[in-house]
Design a protein around this ligand. Structure first.
Ligand SMILES: NC(=O)c1ccc[n+]([C@@H]2O[C@H](COP(=O)([O-])OP(=O)(O)OC[C@H]3O[C@@H](n4cnc5c(N)ncnc54)[C@H](OP(=O)(O)O)[C@@H]3O)[C@@H](O)[C@H]2O)c1
Length: 240
């Protein structure tokens, strides 16, 4: 994708990786729209970066996704990049009482929402890029976040097919595959000590400049290349 002069919607752009991408894309002279549930978080970003456009929405609610799309068509019909970044991660066991409820929330936010946004936004005439944020955990699951990993494996699989389905259009499909990074995903403190978002963002920008469509970093580079034997080996290491 070209890295300047885009109008980009970054879901979950108010924190973590989404915020890192927001800052970096602004530096490259792009217009960035961010959305999320927390109005105060979005406002903080807009106070720091006055060019950022914000929209409060809960992507786990179907009506909010439709409302977001309609708002974009009315106010930003020249949007050309959709970044499906918003996600949640639940640490839980299948024996927990609220396992099914939490799994449902996770599948809705991490899978149904980006699927729905993808089918809505491909109607935009100006759309030329979709970036899906998956995870190194799409390749080898960590059983403490079993449903999360499965949602990312779903999105990894869907992204491969999406790229193929859209190959005769002008829409490029990019997969961003972060390893564990220092954000609040899953709760404060869980990802402390992991590599920084800014290092990840610098690396994926370099890869996008080279025209790559599968963007890895650190351990996710190796995870994306594992074969069945090494997958089992790493699964056993990760899940003692
Ligand atoms: N950090 C990692 O180690 C890591 C590794 C691999 C992949 N990823 C992926 O990277 C993406 C970003 O995660 P992050 O690490 O940056 O964590 P984060 O800081 O918690 O960011 C998640 C963002 O998604 C938004 N969001 C969550 N649920 C939403 C909903 N229902 N509606 C609208 N927005 C919603 C949140 O905003 P609100 O709370 O305000 O709604 C937040 O801004 C996720 O897809 C995650 O799976 C992260």
């Amino acid at each position: 994708m070209k890295l300047a002069n885009n109008k980009i919607l970054i879901t979950g752009g108010g924190s973590g990786i989404g915020l890192g991408l927001t800052e970096r894309f602004i530096r490259e002279n792009n217009t960035v729209i961010i959305c999320g549930r927390r109005e105060a978080t979005l406002k903080e970003v807009a106070d720091k970066f006055p060019s950022v456009i914000t929209k409060v929405c809960d992507l786990s609610i179907e009506a909010d996704r439709i409302e977001l799309y309609n708002w974009i068509t009315e106010n930003h019909s020249d949007l050309n990049v959709l970044i499906n970044n918003a996600g949640i991660q639940n640490w839980m066991s299948v024996t927990d009482n609220d396992f099914y409820k939490k799994a449902n929330e996770e599948i809705t936010t991490n899978v149904l929402a980006p699927l729905h946004l993808t089918t809505l936004f491909t109607n935009l005439k100006s759309l030329d890029t979709i970036i899906n944020v998956t995870s190194g955990l799409a390749f080898i699951p960590l059983s403490k976040v079993a449903v999360y990993c499965a949602t990312k494996a779903f999105m990894r699989s869907f992204t491969l097919s999406l790229r193929h389905m859209l190959k005769s259009t002008n829409i490029e499909v990019i997969e961003m595959i972060p390893p564990a990074l220092n954000t609040d995903l899953g709760g404060k403190g869980i990802h402390d000590g992991q590599p920084s978002v800014s290092d990840f963002v610098e690396s994926v920008f370099e890869q996008m400049k080279e025209g790559k469509t599968e963007l890895t970093f650190g351990t996710s580079e190796a995870r994306a290349k594992e074969n069945n034997e090494t997958i089992t080996e790493y699964f056993n290491k990760m899940n003692p």
